[in-house]
Write a protein that binds this ligand. Structure first.
Ligand code: NAD
Length: 475
């Protein structure tokens, strides 16, 4: 199997070595490689070349741009096994899930590539001799910041969106899981994206964002990560009058109505919660379960969770790999101890496995009181919290009570309940009777502290464009 790649920065097609920091394997804490840190000169080079790259790319016909992007997706599909292996090494998820992530990135690129050809404008009727034409133009150079939980699909959202709209992008990918973005950029350059239209930086996150965001050439900021960092970057973007796409944290509620099938809802929930070891901004976390089926649901969920096999993501029978870093293990320990101290009941998991690496089992707590820290702080890990509710009204009230509003889920067979949930849930993405929050063609993003702007769908691509009205009087 392919080795972990030798990491480099990529400035306008030039791969640069730099000293930096080690990258660790979260399964056993071994060192995989060295992450290069960008210097001030690297950042300035990327900015200068992005201006040239943007001029070339925005003048490339949309059909040609789409062709190049489709070629990048083909290359990624060919390289999927090697990329998935690297993602499992650096991030921990089972290699089958890593492969699905690579293929999902390909779906996103292919869909955005085609949709980029449809950036149509409008002609607005006016008096004879006067024409109003509305066009959508690429916004310009984008500064993109991607997190560690989806090493390839998260940067893909940003790179594919920007390139499909005709923008140039400087991507600062995760310092902890850099190989996914490294392979992504390599595929785009191999496919023929002009030098400068795409650059890849790694380094100290704050140094890179503080330098890039205020630069006059940068016209849009896109960030996926935590609420506190998102607020900081959004404030900086606002101070420099730049729009931003902020895809931040969530604390997804799951409303299990009294008419739902408790066993099937529990089985779906255990699989959904174990995905990426719960390190997903849309991970189902607060389960508000109707009193009528609560006990059956809770015991079925506990049994299913206890049966999830954890271990090395490279082993074929592993269903959940380690957490991506020690910060997440410490957060799980703190949140579980706090909830148990306030009277929650442990149904599965609860403490770390082994004495090296970041293995932590799928953990289910029942009777979790509203004042438990985990009910308010995003766990971002394999922690499911079950609470008993009287009816759908109480469940919706509790679901909406946090400042987050990203994904929400429900299980019900009742059409009136579907209607009410659709009307009343405060979230960007609501899924009923399944736990998939988004696909390439649907818009994804949040409300309240979960952020603004959208990734995916035509709404996502629109964020990378600006509208210009051209009014022409024929004289
Ligand atoms: P963190 O807040 O330190 O970092 C979150 C991400 O932001 C990382 O990818 C980091 O590289 C980046 N970052 C941090 N400071 C930055 C800066 N000044 N400029 C640019 N980028 C910066 O937290 P963490 O310990 O890495 O992750 C834990 C929390 O982050 C989780 O609890 C979760 O809420 C959130 N998170 C959310 C997502 C998501 O998909 N929305 C992904 C990863 C992490």
């Amino acid at each position: 199997m392919a080795a972990y790649p030798e990491l480099r920065l990529c400035i306008s097609g030039e791969w640069r070595r730099r000293p930096g920091q080690p990258v660790f394997n979260p399964f056993d804490d071994s060192v995989l490689g060295e992450l290069p840190h960008a210097t001030r000169e690297d950042m300035d080079d990327a900015l200068a070349r992005a201006a040239e790259g943007h001029r070339a790319w925005r003048r490339t016909a949309p059909a040609k741009r789409a062709q190049i992007m489709q070629q990048a997706a083909r290359l990624l599909r060919e390289r999927a096994d090697a990329i998935a292996h690297a993602i499992t090494l650096e991030q921990g998820k089972p290699v089958g899930q890593a492969r699905v992530e690579v293929l999902r990135a390909c779906d996103i690129i292919e869909w955005d590539a085609e949709e980029g050809r449809r950036a149509y404008g409008r002609v607005i009727p006016a008096e004879p001799g006067l024409r109003h034409i509305v066009v959508r133009e690429p916004i310009g150079i984008v500064a993109g910041f991607a997190p560690w939980n989806f090493p390839i699909s998260s940067p893909t959202r940003k790179v594919a969106g920007a390139l499909a709209a005709g923008c140039a992008i400087i991507l600062k990918a995760s310092e902890e899981t850099p190989a996914g973005a490294f392979h992504l950029v390599q595929a785009f350059l191999d496919a023929g994206v002009p030098d400068g239209a795409l650059s890849l930086l790694f380094g100290v996150p704050g140094e890179i964002s503080d330098h890039l965001i205020p630069q006059p050439g940068v016209r849009l900021v896109t960030f996926t990560g935590s609420v506190p960092v998102g607020k900081r970057l959004a404030a900086m973007a606002g101070a420099h009058m730049k729009p931003a796409i902020m895809e931040l944290g969530g604390h997804a509620p799951v409303i299990v109505c009294g008419d739902a099938d408790p066993d099937s809802a529990a089985a779906t929930s255990a699989i959904g919660k174990s995905r990426n070891a719960g390190q997903v901004c849309v991970s189902p976390t607060r389960f508000f379960v109707d009193d009528a089926i609560h006990d059956r649901f809770a015991s079925a969920f506990g049994e299913r969770a206890a049966a999830v096999r954890i271990g090395n993501g490279l082993e074929p029978d592993t269903q959940m790999g380690p957490l991506a870093n020690h910060r997440r293990v410490e957060a799980m320990e703190r949140l579980v101890a706090d909830a148990l101290g306030r009277g929650a009941r442990l149904l599965a998991g609860g403490s770390r496995a082994g004495n090296r690496g970041c293995l932590f089992p799928l953990t289910v707590l029942a009777d979790v009181p509203d004042d438990a820290l985990a009910m308010r702080e995003e766990p971002f890990g394999p922690l499911a919290l079950i609470s008993r509710t009287r009816d759908i009204g109480e469940a919706i009230g509790k679901a909406n009570s946090l400042p987050f509003g990203l994904a929400a889920y429900a299980f019900t067979q009742s059409a009136p309940h579907v209607e009410r949930l659709s009307d009343e849930m405060e979230c960007g993405n609501l899924s009923i009777n399944h736990l998939t929050a988004s696909i390439a063609e649907t818009p994804f993003g949040g409300v309240k502290d979960s952020g603004y702007g959208r990734e995916g769908g035509s709404e996502g691509l629109a964020c990378y464009t600006v509208t210009k009205n051209v009014s022409h009087l024929v004289t």
